[in-house]
Design a protein around this ligand. Structure first.
Ligand code: PBG
Length: 329
């Protein structure tokens, strides 16, 4: 070897699929993935969500079947969203033990129970007639502290229904502390909190709004974070840690990998990221047009989120990917 040519040739380890597999620094596993699922009150049959090809609004029955399949595919957990038939100003369906989400959690708890991690979305937007994540003050703004009282009641309803992990997605100040205190007072000391610590006011939630039949007019910019801000995400996360969060989450995922990385470096708690509906729809739409290789694009997007530091990823592709991974490794 003369000085002209490098002795270290990184291409040596890229020569074959087996060498590349050996050299992989980041590897996805089905257990890293959490499947978000929608259950709609009053459905006899599952209904497609046109903006999310492959995603369903489930009936109570079809939810159980799909959940069982997901558990068999080896996914790490399920995140359940409820879509009620009727809504009101305070989101009564969220706290009603017979509300669709609470009923579905009891069904799932009986059906798959401790074979998986059962997570529930803890927010009011699916249950309010105005579509905001909290209750409104007389001037139409979202009333932070009155909303915390509703979240505390919702937490008890979901924990009683069998949720192992509560996903606090509302972005009210103090929500983790309020829910932790309520759970502890009611002896649900073992129920965990997945805090949507850094949840941005994102255009990438668009397709989700169809999945939950959102009635929201306007936006959530007075409570969700402003996309340009990173330091504010660390502040939000620090508060959630102090208030008793068990898992920290960044959302959306791919456009916010710098936030995932920063949270991973700053805190010791497990870090999750939510690959949201718009991230899913973009790839599905491009693949349907033949513009992207669907499977490669999906795996690349997920491994990027993992590489940035998320150890748990919520993804509508969780079951698909679990199957892809079984073939790959
Ligand atoms: C609020 C909630 C939203 C999502 C998850 N929880 C909607 C919002 O904040 O507007 C979006 C998830 C997605 O886009 O996949 N309960």
């Amino acid at each position: 070897m003369t000085g002209e040519f490098p002795a270290v040739r990184p291409r040596r380890l890229r020569r074959s699929p087996a060498l590349r597999r050996l050299a992989e620094e980041t590897r996805l596993h089905p257990a890293d993935l959490v499947l978000p699922m929608f259950v709609r009150e009053g459905l006899a049959e599952p209904r497609v969500v046109s903006s999310l090809p492959g995603v369903m609004q489930h009936s109570r029955e079809s939810l159980l079947k799909a959940a069982t399949e997901a558990v068999q595919a080896g996914v790490g957990g399920l995140m359940i969203f409820g879509v009620p038939a009727r809504r009101d100003a305070v989101g009564s369906g969220a706290t009603d033990p017979d509300g669709i989400l609470n009923v579905a959690l009891r069904d799932l708890s009986a059906e798959v129970g401790d074979a998986t991690v059962l997570m529930s979305d803890l927010c009011l937007d699916e249950f309010t007639d105005h579509g905001h994540c909290g209750v409104l003050a007389a001037d139409g703004s979202v009333d932070n502290d009155r909303t915390l009282e509703r979240y505390a009641e919702t937490a008890i309803a979901q924990a009683s229904a069998g949720a192992h992990v509560l996903g606090l997605s509302g972005m009210m100040d103090g929500q983790v502390g309020a829910v932790r205190a309520a759970l502890d007072r009611a002896d649900f000391t073992d129920t965990s909190i997945l805090a949507y610590s850094a949840k941005y006011a994102s255009a990438f939630y668009g397709p989700f709004r169809e999945a939950v039949e959102s009635t929201l007019q306007g936006d959530r910019k007075t409570y969700q974070q402003d996309p340009p801000n990173l330091r504010e995400a660390l502040l939000e996360t620090r508060l959630d840690v102090a208030e008793g969060a068990d898992i920290l989450m960044v959302k959306p995922a791919l456009p916010y990998l710098d936030v995932v990385r920063a949270v991973r470096e700053e805190f010791e708690l497990p870090v999750a990221a939510y690959q949201v509906s718009g991230e899913y729809a973009m790839i599905e739409a491009a693949a349907a047009n033949g513009w992207l290789d669907r499977e490669r694009a999906i795996l690349e997007s997920l491994v990027a989120i993992r590489r940035a530091g998320a150890q748990i990823i919520l993804s509508y592709w969780a079951v698909d990917v679990a199957r892809m991974l079984r073939q790959r490794y």
